[in-house]
Design a protein around this ligand. Structure first.
Ligand code: ATP
Ligand code: MG
Length: 409
């Protein structure tokens, strides 16, 4: 451990990366708005019970990935590992259960104690949507279409495939679970240690195992071919032109899913291929102590999407102020404010000779430099240098904003 390093699994988002993140979240927010989703933000930490029961005690998240702590007031708190439980809690806390359908978009950091690797962090960011109060399959379709539309707007739709499955209702899931337990028990000793444990706690999770030997056993395991509302869903997804493949092994890492589950997966990120994933969670709100309310949503990993997109355009080019001398320093501060009032992005150079200040202008790719020296001051003017052409001219201070705006196009 070194105090000068970020904690394991966390990272600084320097401006270039931050621009990618913003591109992802702003694109998602904008597309979600087109479907009537409004942004919500819930606290980054909640009482541990908000997550523990809904996500499921035997899931990886709750059993080994949560950042849980007791605060100074002896409250048991957890940094949110995902946001669906928090949104459901917020709906109950704010008495919103009568105003369905509810449509929320969110964006923010999540925390899971995982082994860091490419595309996997301990603090990561998700964008996501929740559509609560609608049992009709149109909701499933719209939710998936929104995910697809965002990937398209980000220019990566042709690098992902949509995988679909259904987990059925609780009764069929119980029956399937029993079939799986019977099957895996027959070859228990060949399973990985983790999967042997899952056999006792959460057998569906074995389907999700990354262990190569487990994969072989999983490949011949019973198939959950009960596409209940799935037929109409498949019809709609076809009609929308979203290509998909049925993946009967697709289970999700959280207990609260029922019926539809889906993931948009890419092969471009190595093992961490899932970029956007979700499903229907009809039992969740009731499980949390509210009325029975259906719901469906997804979450997407911002880091993974940010790695896939093309580099977004950089910030618009600035104007650099180059005052030379004490009097000019004072005037430049004022000129800077006036240019910003006119909507121009302006950077002051703070020290150094002309050459050094011009190097700075060059390094940040400025569009123009405004040089203010004693001669210029005496005439109430500044020298405007077009940094693309090298042309320069003396411009009265009062006309500077207009001239610079014309340059910026
Ligand atoms: P995985 O199988 O990759 O662990 P998950 O099923 O745990 O994913 P979800 O809970 O469905 O993931 O979260 C939705 C999305 O959030 C994932 O598809 C992924 O893009 C992203 N995500 C999840 N965990 C992490 C993490 N530790 N670091 C970065 N992104 C993550
Ligand atoms: Mg995970």
């Amino acid at each position: 451990m070194s105090a000068l390093q970020p904690a394991r699994g966390t990272q600084d988002l320097l401006p270039e990366t931050m621009r990618r993140h913003r591109r992802v979240s702003e694109t998602a927010r904008e597309q979600a708005r087109l479907y009537g989703f409004a942004e919500i933000a819930t606290p980054i930490f909640e009482f541990t019970e908000v997550f523990a029961r809904p996500i499921g005690e035997h899931t990886d998240i709750v059993s080994k990935e949560m950042y849980t702590f007791t605060d100074r007031g002896d409250d048991e708190l957890t940094l949110r590992p995902e946001n669906t439980a928090g949104v459901a809690r917020a709906i109950l806390s704010n008495g919103l259960t009568q105003s369905t359908p509810l449509k929320f978009f969110y964006s923010g950091p999540m925390f899971r104690y995982e082994r860091p690797q490419k595309g996997r962090f301990r603090q990561f960011h998700q964008i996501g949507v929740e559509l609560i109060g609608v049992a009709q399959p149109q909701a499933d379709v719209e939710i998936i279409a929104l995910g697809h539309r965002i990937l398209k707007a980000l220019g990566i739709a042709d690098r992902v495939v949509l995988e679909l499955n259904t987990l059925g209702d609780p009764a069929s899931r119980t029956a399937y679970r029993e079939a799986l337990v019977a099957y895996f028990s027959g070859c228990k000793s060949e399973l990985s240690e983790d999967s042997q444990r899952r056999l006792e706690t959460n057998p569906l999770r074995i389907l999700d195992s990354k262990d190569p030997k487990d994969r072989e056993i999983v490949d011949t395991s019973p198939n959950f071919q009960q596409f209940l509302s799935g037929d109409s869903l498949r019809f709609w997804v076809n009609a929308l032109g979203v290509a998909y493949r049925i993946n009967p092994r697709l289970v999700r890492g959280l207990d609260y899913y029922t019926h539809t589950v889906f993931e948009f997966v890419t092969t471009d990120l190595g093992a961490q291929g899932t970029v956007l994933a979700g499903g229907r969670y009809d039992g969740l709100v009731e499980l949390m102590g509210g009325p029975a309310m259906p719901g469906i949503g997804w979450a997407a990993g911002v880091e993974r999407l940010a790695m896939l997109i093309d580099e977004p355009p950089g910030p618009s080019r600035t104007v650099v102020l180059v005052p030379l001398g004490e009097a000019a320093d004072r005037v430049a501060l004022k000129v800077g404010e006036e240019l910003r009032n006119a909507g121009l992005a302006v950077e002051l150079t703070y020290s150094g000779n002309l050459q050094r200040r011009m190097r700075r202008a060059d390094r940040i790719g400025a569009r123009a430099a405004v040089l203010i020296g004693d001669d210029e001051l005496a005439q109430g003017a500044a020298t405007l240098r077009d940094l693309d052409t090298g042309e320069q001219s003396l411009v009265p201070l009062a006309e500077l904003a207009g001239r610079l705006k014309a340059l910026a196009g």
